[in-house]
Design a protein. Structure first.
Length: 120
C-alpha cells in the first residue's frame, strides 16, 4: 500500500475565467435585498470573497461614472459635508495657529472651521 501523496500536475494552476455576462448576472442576483452573498456564490460554484470583490468593484465603478441613483442603497445614507475652500482654510489656520488656545484646537478642524469675520 502506497501512502505517499499523489503526484500533482506540474506548472501553474489556472484560474477560472468568468464572462462579463456571468459577472453581471451574479452581481445583480447578490445585490437583491435580503439575499446572502455567500449563498449566491455557493449556488454558482464560486468563492464568496470573489463575488464580494466584484460587487465592491461594480459599486466603485457606478460611483465614478455617476450611474448610482438617489434610490440606490449605496446613496440613501450619504450626506455630503460642506468643506471649506482649501486655500482660504489653510491660510487662515496658519495665521491663527500660533496664538490659538490649545484647549480649543478642535475649532480649527475643517468641519468646525469658520472663516474670519470681516471688520465693518
Amino acid at each position: 500500500m502506497d501512502t505517499s501523496a499523489p503526484a500533482l500536475p506540474q506548472g501553474r494552476r489556472l484560474r477560472r475565467q468568468y464572462s462579463t455576462e456571468f459577472r453581471v448576472q451574479v452581481i445583480e442576483a447578490a445585490s437583491q435585498p435580503g439575499v446572502s452573498v455567500a449563498a449566491i456564490a455557493l449556488a454558482n460554484g464560486m468563492n464568496a470573497n470573489l463575488l464580494r470583490r466584484w460587487i465592491s468593484m461594480a459599486r466603485g465603478r457606478e460611483m465614478m461614472i455617476g450611474a448610482v441613483t438617489a434610490t440606490s442603497p449605496a446613496v440613501q445614507g450619504f450626506v455630503p459635508l460642506a468643506t471649506p475652500e482649501p486655500h482660504a482654510y489653510l491660510k487662515d489656520i496658519l495665521e491663527r495657529l500660533p496664538t490659538h488656545p490649545a484647549n480649543r484646537i478642535e475649532e480649527l478642524l475643517p468641519y468646525n472651521w469658520q472663516p474670519p469675520k470681516l471688520a465693518d
